[in-house]
Design a protein around this ligand. Structure first.
Ligand SMILES: [Cu+2]
Length: 151
């Protein structure tokens, strides 16, 4: 009688343990998947961050490098500062197809430099701004623009 009762109790207990073990394993698998996914997300974010404007703006000595992105909001940043008479490299990267900015027109004070902007491809313009004052970069139709403060 006692033995039977024990056996009767033992079966659900074993079932419970097995069930719990299976659940734990499943949770582990899911945990593993989650970890992998967050790793992937993180890597993507890091890649994205590396391409963000300004990330390596101060990387090189010598010529100043200014990164300007074209996003849904237009040119970012919309104001940059450069030194008068100093060689400077402006790097435009178009990151969206949602605006009319497919080209950039840069007024250097002495000339207008126009470059087409392929999606997600940095386009560098090396130039100099001879005189102090406000100049600009704009889309071809001048609907979006940014200001170059030459000091
Ligand atoms: Cu435009």
């Amino acid at each position: 009688m006692k033995a039977t009762l024990k056996a009767k109790l033992l079966v659900p207990v074993i079932a419970l343990i097995l069930g719990a073990a299976a659940t734990a394993r499943a949770a582990d698998d899911m945990g593993g998947m989650n970890v992998d996914k967050s790793k992937t997300d993180k890597t993507e974010k890091m890649d994205k961050k590396a391409k963000e404007p300004g990330a390596d703006a101060k990387a090189k000595k010598g010529a100043d490098k200014v990164e300007i992105a074209i996003t849904d909001k237009g040119f970012e940043p919309s104001t940059i500062e450069v030194k008068k008479g100093q060689p400077v490299e402006l790097v435009f990267t178009r990151k969206t197809d949602q605006t009319c900015i497919k080209e950039v027109v840069l007024d250097t004070g002495s000339s207008k430099i126009q470059k087409s902007l392929p999606l997600n491809k940095p386009v560098a313009i090396k130039t100099k701004f001879a005189k102090a004052g406000d100049l600009k970069y704009a889309c071809k139709m001048d609907m979006f623009s940014g200001t170059v403060k030459v000091q």
